[in-house]
Design a protein around this ligand. Structure first.
Ligand SMILES: [Zn+2]
Length: 96
């Protein structure tokens, strides 16, 4: 059915339903009163790396979410995102 196909394509190009107030772009860094700390569960070490990721199923293509990682967790967190195809880039953070 050609009409159904066209309808599906139009729906897919209308953008992300997630968080309409922020359709794209890089999210602000999730800093708190302790500064930038590692995003790994239970880790409170100062973050040294900013893992920027995007889930194409729920985010606009140019949306970037952050995971912060200390030196110890950089590899495990980036591997987690890479395995799902979410990792876009890794930036080093300045020393705090
Ligand atoms: Zn850590």
């Amino acid at each position: 059915m050609p009409e159904a196909t066209a309808q599906t394509q139009a729906t897919e190009t209308t953008g992300s339903p997630d968080d309409p107030a922020r359709p794209g772009g890089v999210d602000p860094l999730p800093g708190g009163p302790d500064g930038l700390v590692c995003s790994a569960r239970g880790c409170r070490a100062p973050a040294r790396h900013d893992l920027q990721w995007n889930n194409p199923k729920i985010h606009a293509p140019d949306r970037r979410k952050h995971w912060l990682a200390c030196a110890l967790h950089r590899d495990s967190l980036s591997a987690f995102l890479s395995a799902r195809g979410f990792l876009r880039s890794v930036a080093d953070l300045p020393e705090q």
